[in-house]
Design a protein around this ligand. Structure first.
Ligand SMILES: Nc1ncnc2c1ncn2[C@@H]1O[C@H](COP(=O)(O)OP(=O)(O)OP(=O)(O)O)[C@@H](O)[C@H]1O
Ligand SMILES: [Mg+2]
Length: 391
């Protein structure tokens, strides 16, 4: 089952443009609200700087990155823009698309574009985030209250076993009612089963994607790095777009959420170029990498995934496992037979391999290990599995 990152944001914040930059696809982009009606879904390769050096050494026939799924949905906040009662939450159709997302990429507009009116009439990413959060919270509140009604009815029988669930639901109700995120609460092990059934939107891991104007991209990246590293930033003295960018970055830091700056329109254009041309362009702008690539990498991390590698003359390949997975489970990603017949894993970490130059040299230095069934796979492990399938 593929893990999915849902791209959400206000109408016309640049979600589909970002989606196109991520996927190098051509989803229709519109200059009017609700231009995305149905969802766009795509499987996106995860850029991994370890693949190329391995390919240079093994000269394999094939290099295969691992992938992650993104879904782009219509803009939220329509309830507000249509002047409807705001507390009704999201439509069932919309919800269907993001309920099952495993993490959220929240697009916040800071870019200036006279041809693209903002539904609230001005640029203010903090206000937009509050509005999105409120909408997510109200939607979750409806979910929680429905469940509370059902559980309370069941509890009328006098069975005490429902009490912990009712307590949990009441706590959630109170928090969401204040338009706070359910993720701010502490949960017990016992709560997890109910939470797992609720698919709350405000529980999902999230990242913020600031969609900025092309001309502030360089400054925005510097500012984000400075705030991330805990540098002293006088937000009030910042001008224009950068002020909003800094505010979101500070909030993200306080929440422990990731934040990435992209200029979605520029990146969607770059996605049309060859990789080489795109990188030349980036270098000219003084940027280390495409924002879209960062969005994919950070999104992948949000999903609690790590990458292990296999390398040989046939193929150099990146594979995905959940953090904490043991060697046989990793082997099972390649083939169920390898998991069933798992004997041992020969493991060399990518860094050790590169420092040694070959498996033989790594082995001589004692950097290639034989690991058993209980070994927990680490990000960047190059693994070769020994297995034996009986008849
Ligand atoms: N960084 C940017 N700078 C300038 N214009 C941008 C930028 N990003 C997106 N745009 C423009 O904003 C408009 C809206 O973009 P897009 O259709 O991607 O938004 P959306 O969030 O998918 O909208 P909807 O919610 O209606 O589906 C497009 O005209 C796009 O070219
Ligand atoms: Mg769209």
């Amino acid at each position: 089952m593929a893990l999915t990152i849902g791209i959400i944001g206000l109408p016309q914040s640049g979600k589909t443009t970002l989606f196109n930059a991520l996927t190098k696809a051509d989803a229709p982009i519109g200059g009017y609200a609700t231009s995305t009606v149905q969802a766009n879904l795509a499987v996106v390769p995860v850029p991994d700087p370890r693949l190329q050096p391995l390919a240079d050494i093994f000269k394999p026939r094939k290099v295969t990155p691992t992938t992650v799924e993104f879904v782009d949905v219509a803009g939220m906040g329509q309830a507000a823009s249509a002047g409807k009662e705001k507390r009704e939450g999201l439509s069932a159709e919309f919800l269907g698309h993001i309920r099952n997302a495993d993490a959220l990429a929240i697009v916040l507009r800071t870019f200036a574009n006279e041809n693209v009116p903002h539904i609230y009439g001005s640029i203010d990413p903090e206000r937009d985030l509050d509005s999105l959060n409120a909408e997510l919270a109200v939607t979750d509140l409806a979910t929680v209250e429905k469940r509370l009604e059902r559980t309370s009815r069941a509890a009328k029988s006098g069975d005490k076993k429902y009490q912990p669930e009712i307590d949990l639901l009441r706590r959630l109700q109170e928090t969401l009612n204040e338009l706070k995120m359910a993720s701010e609460l502490e949960f017990s092990q016992q709560d997890q089963a109910v939470l797992g059934e609720l698919f709350l939107l405000t529980m999902k891991p999230r990242m913020y994607v600031l969609n900025v104007s092309e001309d502030v991209l360089g400054d925005a990246n510097e500012l984000l790095a400075k705030i991330r590293e805990g540098g002293d930033v006088q937000v009030e003295s910042l001008e224009g777009e950068l002020k909003g960018i800094a505010r979101i970055a500070q909030r993200a830091k306080a929440e422990g959420a990731e934040v990435v700056a992209v200029s979605a329109r520029l990146e969607a254009e770059l996605a049309e170029l060859s990789e080489e041309e795109a990188h030349e362009y980036l270098e000219a702008l003084g940027l280390p990498q495409l924002g879209a690539d960062r969005v994919i990498q950070v999104g992948y991390r949000l999903l609690n995934l790590i990458t292990f590698l296999t390398a040989g003359e046939d193929e150099v390949r990146a594979w995905t496992v959940t953090k904490g997975a043991k060697a046989p489970e990793a082997a099972g990603k390649i083939h169920s037979d390898i998991e069933r017949g798992f004997i041992r894993a020969e493991v060399t970490h990518f860094d050790d391999f590169m420092a040694s130059g070959s498996f033989a040299a790594a082995s001589k230095k004692g950097l290639q290990r034989l690991e058993g069934k209980e070994y927990v796979i680490k990000d960047g492990d190059i693994a070769h599995f020994r297995f034996n399938v009986g008849k």
